[in-house]
Write a protein that binds this ligand. Structure first.
Ligand code: HEC
Length: 169
């Protein structure tokens, strides 16, 4: 190996070492969150869950073409069982994530336009449903007995204005 390539090799190796070191610095544990930071983060989640609540009650027109909204069949998030996902669903013959099932209900019972799975609005529906299920043990794959929500007689009279989370009027 000549002098030039030896110098080059040494340079390349120290570059690799520097990269590894800087990566290690980035992944070290951070300081605990301050109260203000926790409050700000909680407010972001609450805002997302509130948006989800509004959508649950039909705030997004393109999600339904027959006047039905999630709340007609899943009041207070009933029978959505977020703690059981991902799980195999017979109607699609595949393992589905919670958000896939949300889109399934938008496209089938509501005959609406499916949401972009990585959109803020999809996350909002998840924030609402998961928020209402805090503390419920994860039970991935559980095929619940309570799969059918109540059959709505009419979609009229829905409260489309969100009033808060954790309860439905
Ligand atoms: C017309 C009634 C109806 C509407 C409206 C409806 N769903 Fe459903 N939903 C059902 C029925 C019935 C099932 C059970 C399907 C099955 O298990 O095969 C279901 C299942 C689900 C599940 C899976 C539950 C489980 O444990 O497997 C999720 C999640 C869900 N719905 C979310 C939603 C969301 C979110 C909306 C609104 C965008 C919505 N649904 C609108 C009737 C409805």
């Amino acid at each position: 190996m000549n002098m030039q390539s030896r110098v080059f090799r040494r340079l390349a190796m120290s570059l690799v070492a520097a990269t590894v070191l800087s990566t290690v610095t980035v992944v070290t544990a951070r300081e605990p969150f301050t109260k203000d930071e926790l409050k700000a983060m909680d407010e972001k989640l609450t805002a997302s869950a509130k948006r989800g609540y509004d959508m649950w009650y039909g705030a997004r027109a393109d999600m339904s073409s027959n006047g039905l909204a999630c709340a007609n069949c899943h009041p207070d998030g009933a029978a959505t069982n977020p703690q059981t996902f991902p799980k195999y669903m017979p109607q699609t013959d595949r393992v589905m994530a919670f958000r896939d099932m949300v889109n399934w209900c938008i496209e089938n019972p509501q005959v609406g336009k499916a949401l972009d799975v990585s959109s803020a609005d999809m996350v909002a529906l998840e924030s609402y449903a998961f928020y209402l299920h805090r503390g419920v043990a994860i039970d991935t794959g559980l095929q619940t007995r309570q799969t059918a929500g109540p059959t709505p007689k009419s979609a009229r009279g829905l409260n489309v204005k969100g009033t808060g989370i954790g309860f439905d009027k």
